[in-house]
Design a protein around this ligand. Sequence first.
Ligand SMILES: *Cc1c(COP(=O)(O)O)cnc(C)c1O
Ligand code: SF4
Length: 370
Amino acid sequence: MVTDTQSRKFHHRNISSDLIHDWKSLVSSSIRNPEKLASFFPPDTKREDMRKIDEVITRYPMQINPYYMSLIKGPDDPVWKQAVPHIAEITDFHATDDDPLCEEDQSPVPNLVHRYPDRVLFLVSARCAVYCRHCMRKRKVGHPATINSDTIEAGIAYIREHEKIQDVLLSGGDPLMLEDEDIYKILTEVRNISHVETIRIHTRTPCTLPQRITPELCRMLKKFHPLYVNTHFNHPAEITTESKRACEMLADSGIPTGCQTVLLKGVNDDAEVMISLMKKLISIRVRPYYIHQTDMVRGTGHFHVPVAEGLGIMQKLRGHVSGICVPQFMIDLPGGGGKIPLLPEYIVEKSKKKWLIKNFEGEIFEYPLY
Ligand SMILES: *Cc1c(COP(=O)(O)O)cnc(C)c1O
Ligand code: SF4
């Protein structure tokens, strides 16, 4: 329960307006230890939880920048759950594998996952604006030593040598945590490879640090079209004046921006919340791309929502809201089999002459086969 006093306390801590424009100072004033986190809360609460957080962050680092922190209205709200460490990350053995999708096995050079013939996932930064507690790559994020200029050079060389690669996904971590000059260098090298057609940047900054989307960055990104961005919003509370401004700047730069939402227990495992999020996304010109079933990654089991519930939510989207609000619901096959879309069951019965199909309101229609 969030009391009025608690929520007022949060709002007292609004960040000053000059800070809000400078993404680097926002990152450097991030909360990285429980002591600093405690200062955001009434002193008599959560002492015990603070101690637990200390244990968790020795394995999975915490970083909450003041902007994302300002979206939290109280302990355990949907934004808090995504950013504040939870003891279950180290005590829950529901999921035990650090890398169930076998990304490391499918990396011909470190930090470049080549699972599909025509596209690669190229990890160019291990840093993020916030370390999401549900991150499927939490084995890697927040440990910057794992990605460096040598691995980036090796990745570019691999792409250059493999002509089948037409689509390069820059990911991490978050590529936009790099300096503009470093991003420019990577994009220039990738764009100069003649078989590369599209470049995609996977970044959560429009949601977790919208101040990162600057006019200078947009002017630079525009030079590398066709360039796409996929971002990651999970809750309507993340759609703010600042994130709206960031996404509109991307759209105005001709960059189609999609959203990959992760289905998370206690955050968005509710049809009303999901509908509101999807509608708000299209209002800021972001097209819902995927809703991901959580992967069975160690330390994220407490976010797991049964697949059947995810399908139930999809059923409440399709037909009930505009088609542009309806993303695909994806599972990523353990073992590295790739992403597969799941649909609610619409075909009720199949015979040689006709199928019986259920519409979005549950009415049955005959569909003749010729
Ligand atoms: C998700 C993913 C991609 C991109 O998949 P799309 O369905 O094209 O968005 C590419 N490579 C890997 C390893 C991935 O996990
Ligand atoms: S921004 Fe993306 S990569 Fe970084 S911690 Fe969050 S989910 Fe993981």
